[in-house]
Design a protein around this ligand. Structure first.
Ligand SMILES: Cc1cc2nc3c(=O)[nH]c(=O)nc-3n(C[C@H](O)[C@H](O)[C@H](O)COP(=O)(O)O)c2cc1C
Length: 215
C-alpha cells in the first residue's frame, strides 16, 4: 500500500473527551477537554492543555485545581455542548442538569451523573503555543460504589466510557484483552499444570520447616 506523508497534526486517537470542572460549588464551570492524558505513574500525574482565551483558563490558573470527570457515552451530548458553549455566557451545570457534589479538600465540584472522577492539583503551567499545559497531581480518584465487584475491584466497563477520534465520538466496544494477556498461560493449561503438581505431591510427606534456635 502506498503511504502518504502529511504535515504533522493532532491526529493521535482515540483520546478521552473529559469534562473538566472548575470554579466553586456556588459558581461551577465545566469545559470539555480532549488534550489530556497520563504523564507519570508515581506520583500519578496528568495534564490538560487549555487555550488562554477559554473562560476556564483563568479559573484553573488562579485556583490551582480542577476535576477530571471521565467521559460516559450516555452523556455525549452534554460533553459536546460543554465544548462549544462558554461559561462566560451560560451556567453550564444548570443548562446540562449536572448535579454538583463537593469533594474533600477541593473548592470545585464534581458531577454527580459521572461515575468516575480524578481530583487534580496544578503543579506547573507550561505555555506551548496555542495551548498552555496544566500539569497536575492526581490527588484522589472518586468512584461510584456500584462500579466495584464483590471483592472491591473496579469494573471499569460499568462506566460506559467513550472516546474521541478525528473530531468524532465513539462508544467503547467489547473487551478484547487485558494487561499482559499476550504472555499469560491459558487458564486451562495453568489449571492442568496445578492439578498434576498436586497429584504428584499428594502422596509425599508434608514439608515441615525445621525449627532453628534463636540467635
Ligand atoms: C471534543 C472537544 C474537545 C475539546 N478539547 C479542548 C482542549 O483540549 N483544550 C481547549 O482549550 N479547548 C478544548 N475544547 C474547546 C472548549 O471545550 C470550548 O472552547 C469551551 O466552550 C470552553 O469553555 P469555557 O469558555 O467555559 O471555558 C474542546 C471541545 C470539544 C467539543
Amino acid at each position: 500500500m502506498k503511504k502518504l506523508i502529511w504535515p504533522g497534526a493532532t491526529l493521535l486517537a482515540p483520546v478521552p473527551p473529559v469534562i473538566v470542572t472548575c470554579g466553586s460549588m456556588e459558581k461551577p464551570n465545566a469545559i470539555t477537554i480532549g488534550w489530556t492524558g497520563i504523564l507519570n505513574s508515581h506520583p500519578p500525574k496528568t495534564y490538560i492543555s487549555i487555550r488562554p482565551e477559554r473562560y476556564s483558563y483563568n479559573i484553573i490558573k488562579e485556583s490551582g485545581e480542577f476535576i477530571i470527570n471521565m467521559p460516559t457515552a450516555k452523556l455525549v451530548k452534554e460533553i459536546d455542548w460543554c465544548g462549544v458553549r462558554s461559561g462566560a455566557n451560560e451556567d453550564k451545570f444548570k443548562a446540562m442538569n449536572f448535579t454538583p457534589y463537593a469533594v474533600d479538600g477541593f473548592n470545585c465540584p464534581a458531577i454527580e451523573e459521572i461515575p468516575l472522577a480524578l481530583t487534580c492539583r496544578v503543579t506547573d503551567i507550561i505555555p506551548l503555543g496555542s495551548h498552555d499545559m496544566f500539569m497536575a497531581d492526581i490527588v484522589n480518584v472518586v468512584v461510584n460504589e456500584d462500579m466495584l465487584d464483590e471483592k472491591g475491584r473496579l469494573e471499569i466497563e460499568k462506566a460506559g466510557l467513550m472516546a474521541y477520534a478525528h473530531g468524532q465520538y465513539f462508544e467503547l466496544g467489547k473487551k478484547i484483552g487485558s494487561f499482559g494477556f499476550s504472555v499469560k498461560k491459558p487458564e486451562k493449561q495453568a489449571k492442568k499444570k496445578a492439578k498434576s503438581f498436586q497429584q504428584k505431591h499428594a502422596s509425599s510427606k508434608p514439608y515441615v520447616k525445621k525449627k532453628t534456635a534463636k540467635k
